[in-house]
Ligand binder design. Structure first.
Ligand code: ADP
Ligand code: 5SP
Length: 494
């Protein structure tokens, strides 16, 4: 069997798959995203490791006995930075994609890169490894000087598993240190930023073997030492493969901590000006090597915050929200708790509930939170310019509730086709493992994703929902630039 591990933002998922593509077992284990200052988002890599051990052991315990793991593949949240020493020991908590600390450095970043910016084919955004590393160089220079590696989250996990450092195109293309068309690190960019290019690990294809389980890691996971570990890919790219999206024009919505709307592309036609990303898939030509991505940072992240703010369980949040009428009694929710990427590209904007009156009740606040996330996704869909007839596959652990799925379909005005395996990223990682060890000769030999769930068809347009979307659209221009810039003066700290 194949083991796919997806290092998500809120939890790690472990999935055991037969070579024919049947799910034998799945398990997950959570961890915290800490915000030690407003706008920051960090998780200790050691917490990732402990959760990985828990999830893999739980999946193995649930799998039929006498099946051995032929290979391990990895998927992971994108864009962050793990600074590690030569032994792979993290030097500080990982700085995640949702972290906006580098927002004031984006203009200097563009200026330092100058003409090299075009090679990125992407908007320059906070939370991506390049700007975060510029921040670390400025504010934690002694720590950065001690680092041997600056890694993407799943690349750190692989180093922990195998003792070998490597990167691969799907995650590297999301660092803002990558020349997309050349398919290589943009070394000159690292140099202009004053970063040591040797921090960036050697690149291998996403489906390449990239080491074997070392004894200590194998013992912790309950696996034999020596099992082959395949490079793997970014969670969004793995989700595409896991759902069977390999042809240009195929599209998917993944809802997790963040939400991603992607369309697979054959050519590198960037849309950076509209806040749309262009990243590498886990495949190479002749298979479609790119995907355009509308990235909504505040999906599960904002709902989880609303849940905590209202002091209710997830089930209660859903029950409250869907007891309220469309339009949430006039309450709107701007979900921009960590700034937003597509379409606004604004790391400084902040969120809030507005339109409150004495009539407003927790139901209205809860529903407004779900509507706000759905509306943010509609904005991203508009920016992506997806042809109206393109169906959307639906994946991720964040849109399992039927009422929430229906609201998404009603808001996006498209049918949603639930992926056969919601943990599509972990499935993609397991398939890459199979490709890497030669279990499948080629992408065409991969098992199909299986029958999709029941299609979620949009209901006829509801005037209350449309009016609420119009209100939502009017919110961002009013929120932009407010509150005034944080006046906390940061000093060099370590
Ligand atoms: N029962 C639940 N408990 C907590 N969160 C849930 C539940 N059902 C759905 N969610 C949503 O799922 C999101 C996590 O989805 P997941 O795909 O696991 O994310 P990630 O890959 O980013 O870790 C949460 O942020 C929350 O919005
Ligand atoms: O930021 C992006 C894509 O640009 C996400 O792909 C992150 O990697 C987060 O993924 P989840 O943990 O929310 O699934």
């Amino acid at each position: 069997m194949l083991l796919g591990i997806d290092l998500g933002t809120g939890s790690v998922k472990a999935l055991l798959l037969t070579p024919e593509g049947a799910v034998l077992a799945a398990a997950s284990a959570p961890y915290e995203v800490a915000a030690p200052r407003p706008g920051w988002a960090e998780t200790g890599a050691e917490a990732w490791w402990q959760a990985t051990v828990t999830a893999v052991r739980a999946a193995l315990a649930a799998a039929p006995p006498a099946r051995s793991v032929a290979a391990v593949g990895l998927s992971g949240q994108m864009h962050g930075v793990v600074l590690a020493d030569a032994a792979g020991v993290p030097l500080r908590p990982a700085v995640l994609w949702a972290d906006a600390r580098a927002a004031p450095l984006l203009e200097p970043y563009r200026e330092l890169l100058g003409g090299l910016c075009a090679a990125l084919e992407n908007p320059v955004a906070a939370g991506m490894a390049g700007p975060t590393l510029l921040w670390l160089r400025r504010y934690e220079p002694r720590l950065l000087a001690r680092a041997r590696w600056a890694l993407q989250p799943k690349d750190w996990l692989r180093l922990r598993l195998t003792g070998e450092a490597a990167a691969e195109p799907s995650d590297a293309s999301g660092t803002l240190l990558y020349a997309l068309r050349e398919d290589a690190w943009l070394i000159a960019a690292a140099e202009r930023l004053g970063l040591n290019p040797a921090l960036l690990p050697p690149l291998v294809p996403s489906s390449a073997p990239a080491g074997t389980l070392r004894p200590e890691a194998a013992a912790a996971l309950g696996l034999p030492a020596g099992v082959r570990v395949v490079a793997g890919g970014a969670d969004t790219a793995c989700a595409a493969l896991g759902s069977g999206l390999v042809r240009a024009g195929e599209a998917q919505l993944t809802v997790g901590t963040g939400a991603q709307l992607l369309v697979v592309e054959q050519e590198a036609a960037g849309r950076a000006a509209r806040g749309v990303h262009l990243f590498r898939t886990v495949l190479a030509p002749p298979h479609a090597p790119f995907y355009a991505l509308g990235a909504v940072q505040n999906a599960g992240l904002a709902l989880e915050w609303a849940r905590r703010a209202l002091g209710v369980s997830w089930e209660r949040l859903v029950a409250l929200a869907f007891a309220a009428p469309p339009g949430s009694g006039g309450v709107s929710f701007a979900p921009y708790l960590s700034g937003e990427r597509t379409p606004h590209l604004d790391a400084s904007v902040r969120g809030g509930w507005v339109g409150l009156s004495l009539h407003s009740a927790p139901e209205h606040l809860a529903r407004a939170a779900f509507e706000g996330v759905a509306f943010a996704l509609r904005d991203a869909l508009v920016a992506l310019e997806l042809p109206p007839e393109t169906p959307l596959k639906l994946a991720g652990g964040g849109a399992a509730q039927p009422a929430w799925r229906q609201l998404l379909a009603d808001t996006l005005r498209r049918p949603l086709i639930p992926s056969a395996v919601p943990a599509a990223s972990a499935r993609g990682a397991a398939l890459l493992a199979g490709l890497g060890v030669g279990l499948y000769e080629d992408v065409s030999a991969l098992p199909p994703p299986g029958p999709a769930g029941e299609v979620v068809t949009p209901a006829p347009p509801d005037a209350r929902l449309e009016a609420a979307y119009a209100r939502f659209r009017a919110l961002y221009p009013r929120l932009r630039g407010w509150p005034p810039a944080d006046e906390t003066v940061l000093k060099e700290t370590r």
